[in-house]
Ligand binder design. Structure first.
Ligand code: NAP
Length: 256
């Protein structure tokens, strides 16, 4: 008989950055449905409180810790508050991220800086702050949200591609430094999912038509389809998986 508890998250606490909407919120709900207590994060506390009420009304345990993931001092203070108020963080999903689009020759320096700090610096800041608590406990799970753009470029988003490629390699580096302390650090790479971040692309019929032809599964992903991979990487089922990037993309990165 397979051990069904391998995927249980009962008794585990998960901090999900950028979980007021989109992929982060879906993953927070998904981990909660496997038993995890959730700490929601984003910059807009009011929005997080509303989402937290939805989760608790549904019978899940959730709390809110609003901080800006690009501000290292705020990150350290936020992680300390969670550990003191709620208890140990067992799982970190580093999900907060942004997109900026422009041809590279016109790309504004401010947009480049925003991408680097939100998509890359944050993974280091939050990962390090959480790992400093996980290491003495000799256990912990970190899942860094990567992208198909960790592997492939597309016109107009070269700096985003640079950040997601770096997150993939930072994941390998974290695993290399921290696996010996009982931590598993892996990446989860979504393909194209219909979220707020992609709303312009979803409405663009030419793009959607191209995406259907380009993706072996011939459709946009439904964000719920990321939950299984996130639960796997957050649970005992992945106890010897380290530095891996699990791609959930309908096959787009394995086919031309
Ligand atoms: P989204 O709908 O735009 O949500 C982004 C979340 O991040 C929001 O909760 C936002 O809340 C939070 N956030 C942004 N900047 C933040 C900051 N500085 N500090 C704290 N929280 C911050 O994005 P999404 O589409 O769900 O994407 C989530 C992740 O998946 C990103 O890393 C993205 O690159 C990746 N991804 C998405 C797709 C896709 O198809 N959508 C594909 C591949 C990878 P506040 O604005 O209130 O802070």
């Amino acid at each position: 008989m397979p051990d069904r508890d391998l995927f249980s998250l009962v008794g585990r606490r998960a901090l999900v950055t950028g979980s007021s909407q989109g992929i982060g919120l879906t993953l927070a709900r998904g981990l909660a449905s496997y038993g995890a207590e959730i700490v929601l994060n984003g910059r807009n506390e009011e929005r997080l409180r509303a989402v937290c009420a939805e989760l608790t009304d549904a019978g899940f345990t959730a709390s809110v810790e609003a901080f800006d993931v690009t501000d290292q001092e705020a990150v350290i203070a936020g992680v300390e508050r969670i550990e003191e108020r709620d208890g140990p963080i067992d799982i970190l999903i580093s999900n907060a991220g942004i997109q900026r689009r422009a041809p590279l020759e016109q790309f504004a320096r401010a947009d480049w800086d925003d991408l680097i700090s939100t998509n890359l610096n944050s993974v280091f800041f939050v990962g390090q702050a959480v790992a400093q608590h996980m290491i003495p406990r000799n256990r912990g799970k970190i899942v860094n949200i990567c992208s198909v753009q960790s592997e492939l470029a597309r016109p107009g988003i070269a700096p985003y591609t640079a950040t997601k490629g770096a997150v993939k390699n930072l994941t390998k580096g974290m695993a290399t430094d921290w696996a010996k302390y009982g931590l598993q650090i892996n990446g989860l790479a979504p393909g194209y999912f219909a979220t707020e971040m992609n709303s312009k692309l979803v409405e663009d019929e030419v793009f959607t038509d191209w995406l259907r032809k380009r993706t072996p599964a011939a459709r946009w992903g439904n964000v719920e389809e990321l939950v299984g991979a996130a639960v796997f990487l957050s649970s005992d089922a992945s106890s010897f998986v380290n530095g891996h990037m699990l791609t959930v993309d309908g096959g787009i990165t394995v086919s031309l």
